[in-house]
Design a protein around this ligand. Structure first.
Ligand SMILES: Nc1ncnc2c1ncn2[C@@H]1O[C@H](COP(=O)(O)OP(=O)(O)OP(=O)(O)O)[C@@H](O)[C@H]1O
Ligand SMILES: O=P(O)(O)OC[C@@]1(O)O[C@H](CO)[C@@H](O)[C@@H]1O
Length: 303
């Protein structure tokens, strides 16, 4: 079974305006509301790609109820720890450019962390757990490491899609799969990239640190895949971007869906890139049909 863990889920409130006038009244031309948070997005895309998962993490209040109801409509199994306070609302403002304002999220107490860790203790060697998204400011920054330790003790595979100190700390635990974008990779090593060769060098360093599979995404410029044996590159398919929120999460789901169904590495990587782009070209997350159309446009090259 695949488990996703979203410590700080969100209701994503997508607001379209023709033109943003700062300091004035703006009227939306369209608004959309989605259950969000990186792990939840991975669960939603996995389901669309025909793979079941269980969504773990913390939810609370009317926004938490919305998330659980929406995931229920999509037949996604939820096993959240319920907390007081409202799950955050993240504003995704579309006014030509995409601007995001992510909420802080409710307080998670020590007792809630204990309840989550208890759920992690039921994982087995047949399971994969995806740790995705930011750590709530009320939690200690090593919570992902604690979850990772519990999962690894039980030989479950750990997948990491986070950034900053949480990503840095988790790499030492040699996860099965990590998907930083190129900016997160640069931040990890306190550098900035001017050329693709630098992305390759630093991506390979993650493999040397013990990560089994690494995908470094580069938005419209495609992505690299690294493991001990190969470096692969794929350009992103061309299309009209409608919403890049969740594109990275869709890549994680696409890779896992293909990998767990026994596809080759090249195929899994192509499927991952196609899933990211299919989401970028959709208002909500990708559909399986769109992924399978786009995968034919993804050419995987070996370096
Ligand atoms: N403009 C685009 N055109 C085509 N494909 C895109 C575009 N933006 C993103 N993608 C696809 O989505 C993948 C992931 O994008 P990106 O690098 O932006 O991830 P991310 O920063 O983790 O995203 P997020 O945090 O919003 O989920 C890319 O590798 C690509 O396949
Ligand atoms: O604040 P975090 O946890 O870093 O990111 C949360 C978030 O921006 O990530 C998802 C897209 O990847 C959205 O659904 C959600 O709003």
């Amino acid at each position: 079974m695949i488990y996703t863990c979203t410590l700080n889920p969100s209701v994503d409130y997508v607001v379209h305006v023709d033109e943003l006038r700062v300091g004035e009244l703006n009227r939306a031309v369209k608004t959309l509301t989605f259950p969000g948070g990186k792990g939840i997005n991975v669960s939603r895309v996995l389901k669309r790609l025909g793979v079941d998962s269980t969504a773990l993490g913390f939810i609370g209040g009317f926004t938490g109820e919305f998330i659980e109801k929406e995931l229920g409509k999509e037949n996604i199994v939820c096993d959240f720890v319920k907390i007081p306070g409202n799950t955050r609302i993240n504003v995704k403002l579309k006014a030509g450019l995409e601007t995001e304002i992510n909420g802080q999220g409710p307080t998670v107490e020590a007792e809630h962390e204990v309840q989550l860790l208890e759920k992690i203790r039921s994982l087995t060697e047949n399971d994969i757990i995806v740790l995705a998204g930011s750590v709530p400011s009320s939690m200690s920054s090593d919570v992902y490491e604690k979850i990772c330790d519990e999962a690894k003790k039980r030989n479950a595979k750990v997948v990491v899609d986070t950034s900053g100190p949480a990503l840095k700390a988790l790499l030492a635990h040699k996860p099965f799969f990590a998907k930083p974008n190129h900016k997160e990779l640069a931040e990890l090593f306190g550098t900035s990239f001017q050329a693709k060769e630098e992305i390759i060098a630093y991506g390979r360093r993650l493999v040397e640190m013990g990560v089994e599979n690494v995908i470094v995404s580069m938005a419209g410029d495609g992505a690299f895949y690294f493991n001990r044996a190969v470096t692969l590159f794929a350009k992103a398919p061309q299309g009209t971007v409608k919403n890049s929120v969740g594109a990275g999460d869709s890549m994680v789901a696409g890779f896992l869906a293909a990998y767990t169904s026994g596809k080759s590495l090249e195929e899994a990587f192509a499927y991952s890139v196609a899933s990211g782009s299919a989401t970028a070209f959709s208002e909500d997350l990708c559909t399986k049909d769109r992924v399978e159309q786009l995968v034919h446009e993804v050419n995987v090259m070996r370096f």
